[in-house]
Design a protein around this ligand. Structure first.
Ligand SMILES: C[S@@+](CC[C@H](N)C(=O)[O-])C[C@H]1O[C@@H](n2cnc3c(N)ncnc32)[C@H](O)[C@@H]1O
Length: 192
């Protein structure tokens, strides 16, 4: 199984510069703006360089916490002086928060870097600590490699997981799509 690259050193410093040229980057922003609302508390994991901080600030979201496993990515986020966001080093597989601690969890550009098993573990941990989720995910009829170290996840497995965690997709925003796959930002809310 191909593994997620580590976001350290030069890779962290050039992360945004190299990605803001991608149309996908801006379509993800559009999706987040459309689906975010104004939650009272928000967990962004992985927060990376804190790319959505301006959006959270514009919405005046009272409590924003960003978690990432990479110190170098967190330093990039910190350099933006994100006073409205608390940054914490941590692992999405083992979040140090109580169940239901956040109204909304944001998880963009991670789930497709993980194997199916690790994606499920990460999703379940976000679902444990967040009452609603905003996630970016690429789905296809069957799991298959995407590009670089990414994988498409299988639609049916993913929807079973969403249901098992008690969520329903309430809204979504398409980022890119192909003949039988789609990369979407979706809002998942509790249905019970
Ligand atoms: C492609 S970046 C996405 C960052 C941000 N969400 C964005 O959209 O730009 C992937 C991030 O996931 C972080 N990451 C990888 N594995 C992680 C884990 N187990 N727990 C928390 N963060 C992790 C990396 O350090 C990196 O910052």
């Amino acid at each position: 199984m191909r593994s997620i690259p580590s976001y350290t050193g030069e890779k962290a410093r050039t992360y945004e510069r190299d990605r803001t040229v991608q149309p996908e980057w801006w379509l993800e922003d559009v999706g987040v703006r459309r689906l975010l609302g104004v939650p009272e508390s928000l967990l962004d994991c992985p927060v990376g360089t804190g790319r959505f901080a301006d959006i959270y600030r514009e919405r005046a979201i009272p409590k924003v916490v960003g978690v990432d496993v990479s110190v170098d990515m967190l330093l990039e986020a910190e350099a933006k002086r994100l006073r409205t966001m608390k940054l914490i080093m941590g692992d999405i597989m083992d979040l140090q928060f109580e169940a239901g601690a956040f109204e909304l969890g944001v998880c963009i550009r991670l789930l497709n870097w993980l194997s199916a098993d690790r994606m499920e573990a990460a999703f379940r941990e976000m679902a444990r600590v967040c009452r609603s989720l905003l996630i970016g995910i690429s789905l296809a009829p069957t799991a298959r490699p995407l590009k670089q170290a990414r994988n498409f996840h299988a639609q049916s497995d993913f929807w079973d997981l969403v249901e098992a965690c008690g969520f329903t997709r309430t809204k979504s925003s398409s980022v890119t799509s192909g003949k039988d796959w789609e990369y979407v930002i979706m809002r998942l809310d509790r249905d019970r």
